[in-house]
Design a protein around this ligand. Structure first.
Ligand code: PRX
Length: 574
């Protein structure tokens, strides 16, 4: 591969928290960073203590920890207030007989109750399971039953997607809003909070104690529960400091929902471990409302995603000009490749660089990033964090030289690494099949100066608007529709969303292709899984390409869709 780096955007000199990447990378040891936390003295820790109570007990007690706004609510909470509220929530759970290690899910819009509830859950050593509010019944059921969740925090509107009769472990449904009729097992959040004490003895846990379970998609099988531990805090803290570059006077806004790992690691843990004021905006995306949020709250550090930046770009430069965005000091992006074009546009309209960051649900925190004090090569994800060894390896685990495409891999054993796939040890081991390495499933190369460049997924996982969708889950839902005999699902490149979901289906005997039927099938997937998993395009084929063992050959479908060579067809059925 010949590689040309024509473009570099130098760092603006300034007082960055990490001034020299090279020297930090050479001398860094995790043990040093760990001294910041209680376990260094006591052998025990708790994420919620370090994120909230430590500040509530100290100089930051009256500092605003959470600013919340949506179109109806505008609220703010200090560290001290959050500490007391999360104590109440922890006591509420205890009162329900819930204890260490049990799974509490959150299935609701990102209002302050979610943040209070997550912290309260962690305080008693229970495990948090966040879910997107967009999930429909079968997506919710799969996750709750795999995790054997005992309680869920939700709203009166969403609770209908939780089939209690199919979830024998689920004992409590905590409802955060008003409703007139209460079913057995339902708990009124506001009443129970008022009845619970604001004093709580926090449960001190080992650093390997489970913290949070994030469900994410792979190319085969149902979503997998990625389990993280309290000890991840050291990396959340450090990346908040070095990558987000958080300072005392920052107003930090991460646009991600806590249903996604970005919305927890960087929407909750990293900012609060650093004592920053964390802004949360509920409601839907709109360029005007987003810019107004930055303007009104004087947001200084802004973490978002390529899809959002592309939509903002499409909204036109006049929209930017209508707002005062001069408070912005640092902008970051995650989730999919950040187009060089978007970075150039960001320089023009925001006068700032957008810093790409690469990591995954499984890695728990940043791995490869563009630091504020580093030159950016637009299109590159940057360089590995101090303490992280990233490499490009072949399928047998051999290191590849610069500029050769291969598997992006990380040397095992960083603090925020997942510790298990829930109920599925063999899935977990697949990631570590090449001895000493975590194999990401992404393909990339490293240039001669150590910058990493993302090229694509090795498997069939689809990344649509930054969200990972497993083709198998969509295919399984498609074939549940009476008209669908078989289905193959691929990601098709799209200028705004990165990829869209395209489904190829074969119809059962007796069904004819009509636009009404295709729309019905699309709605069927949307209502069964979620809007983001519903195929935007459906094409009917007489027959799908399959291997002799009966596996749908998605790569053949994709090649045909893109007009590319289909590659090796030796295993195809006919
Ligand atoms: O393919 C990579 C892509 O998103 C995948 C991880 O998705 P998820 O677990 O949902 O977490 C995303 C946020 C942590 C990766 O395997 N991805 C993530 N960041 C980037 C990216 N692709 C290119 N550039 C990135 N910066």
């Amino acid at each position: 591969m010949t590689v040309q780096h024509i473009e570099t955007i130098p760092s603006v000199p300034g007082n960055h928290n990490l001034q020299s990447y090279e020297s930090a990378y050479r001398s860094f040891r995790w043990e040093e960073a760990e001294k910041h936390f209680t376990w260094h003295r006591t052998g025990k820790c708790n994420m919620a203590y370090e994120a909230i109570d430590r500040h509530a007990e100290g100089a930051l007690a009256n500092k605003v920890a959470l600013i919340y706004e949506d179109d109806d609510r505008k609220e703010s909470y200090t560290f001290e207030q959050l500490s007391k509220l999360s104590n109440r929530f922890g006591n509420m759970l205890k009162g329900l007989g819930i204890g260490q290690g049990e799974r509490i899910f959150f299935f609701m819009p990102r209002t302050p109750e979610v943040y209070v509830g997550i912290m309260g859950t962690l305080k008693i050593g229970a495990i948090v399971g966040p879910l997107f509010e967009a999930f429909m019944e079968s997506a919710v059921t799969d996750r709750l039953s795999d995790a054997e969740a005992v309680a869920i925090v939700t709203t009166s509107k969403l609770k209908h997607r939780i089939p209690r009769d199919r979830l024998p472990h689920l004992k409590h449904v905590i409802i955060v809003d008003e409703q007139t009729e209460w079913q057995p097992g339902e708990v009124d959040f506001h009443v129970a909070m008022a009845q619970s004490s604001e004093e709580l003895d926090i449960t001190w846990v080992d650093r390997e104690h489970p913290l949070i379970l994030h469900y994410t998609s792979g190319s085969t099988g149902k979503p997998k529960g990625v389990l993280h531990v309290h000890g991840a805090m050291v990396q959340h803290y450090l990346t908040g400091k070095w990558v987000l570059d958080l300072r005392d006077d920052d107003i930090y806004w991460c646009t991600a929902d806590p249903g996604w790992v970005t919305g927890t690691s960087y929407g909750i843990f990293a900012p609060w471990l650093n004592g920053a004021t964390n802004l949360v905006r509920g409601g839907r995306f709109s360029p005007e409302r987003w810019y107004r949020t930055i303007q009104d709250h004087k947001v200084t550090v802004w973490y978002s995603a390529p899809t959002a930046f592309r939509m903002l770009m499409a909204a036109g430069d006049e929209t930017v000009d209508a707002y005062d965005l001069s408070s912005l000091r640092h902008i970051l992006s995650v989730g999919e490749p950040l187009n060089p074009e978007v970075i150039r546009w960001g320089m023009k309209v925001y006068g700032r660089r957008i810093h790409d960051t690469w990591w995954m649900t499984e890695t728990g925190a940043h791995m490869i990033v563009n630091f504020p004090a580093m030159d950016i090569r637009p299109g590159s994800m940057g360089k590995p964090l101090p303490g992280i060894e990233a490499a490009i390896i072949d399928d047998r685990g051999n290191l590849l030289p610069p500029n050769r495409l291969g598997n992006l891999a990380i040397r095992t054993g960083w603090p925020s690494m997942m510790r298990a796939i829930w109920n599925n040890p063999s899935k977990y081991e697949e990631y570590f099949r090449l001895s000493g390495w975590y194999v990401s499933g992404d393909s990339a190369y490293m240039d001669e100066d150590g910058y990493f460049w993302f090229q694509g997924r090795v498997d069939d996982v689809i990344n649509t608007s930054g969200e990972r969708v497993g083709p198998f889950e969509v295919e399984s839902k498609l074939v549940e529709h009476p008209a669908v005999a078989e289905a193959g699902v691929i990601g098709k490149p799209d200028p705004i969303r990165g990829e869209i979901i395209k489904a190829f289906i074969a119809l059962r005997e007796g069904y004819a292709e009509t636009s009404e039927l295709l729309e019905e099938i699309r709605v069927f997937v949307r209502n069964g899984l979620s809007a983001h998993a519903a195929p935007r395009e459906i094409e009917v084929l007489g027959k799908l390409p399959k291997t002799r063992s009966g596996k749908i050959m998605r790569r053949v479908l994709k090649a045909q869709e893109l007009g590319l060579p289909t590659g090796d067809l030796s295993t195809i059925d006919d």
